[in-house]
Design a protein around this ligand. Structure first.
Ligand SMILES: [Zn+2]
Length: 140
């Protein structure tokens, strides 16, 4: 490479080298600025600053809660409408004293647990004759 001496300065670089270097620096800096801007923009775009996403999220949550409430509602209905009986009319509820010392029953027909909180239902079911197949879990 031919070197053009620059008598006005004692810089080891020629003017064109300096210009090239300067341009390179500017490009580099522009690139860095761009990257920084991109990072800032993506940071700004992140939720919770996105109201549409927030609304969607809230709606999803509502739907989830509603379907869960529906599930429990259906389950409660099933329990209410269930006779907790086998076809021969005997009680199908499997009773067990649990680790807290409380007797609870499980009805496989309505997939429900019968606990003291059920009040009358608990008392009634507890006093029913339990049939002869107590030890056998029959799953229909
Ligand atoms: Zn039942």
């Amino acid at each position: 490479m031919e070197k053009i001496p620059d008598k006005t300065s004692d810089s080891p670089f020629t003017m064109s080298q300096i210009v090239t270097l300067f341009q390179k620096m500017m490009e580099e800096s522009a690139k860095q600025n761009q990257e920084m801007m991109r990072a800032i923009v993506s940071e700004i775009r992140k939720p919770p600053l996105d109201p549409i996403k927030e609304i969607q999220k809230a709606r999803e949550k509502e739907t989830k809660e509603k379907s869960l409430a529906d599930y429990w509602e259906r389950k409660a209905n099933k329990k209410r409408n269930c006779a907790h009986s086998r076809q021969d009319g005997t009680c199908v509820v499997a009773w067990a004293v649990q680790s807290d010392g409380i007797l609870r029953g499980y009805c496989p027909n309505c997939d429900s647990t019968i606990t003291p909180e059920d009040g009358d239902l608990y008392q009634q079911q507890r006093l029913r004759p339990r049939g002869l197949m107590e030890s056998v879990r029959v799953v229909a």
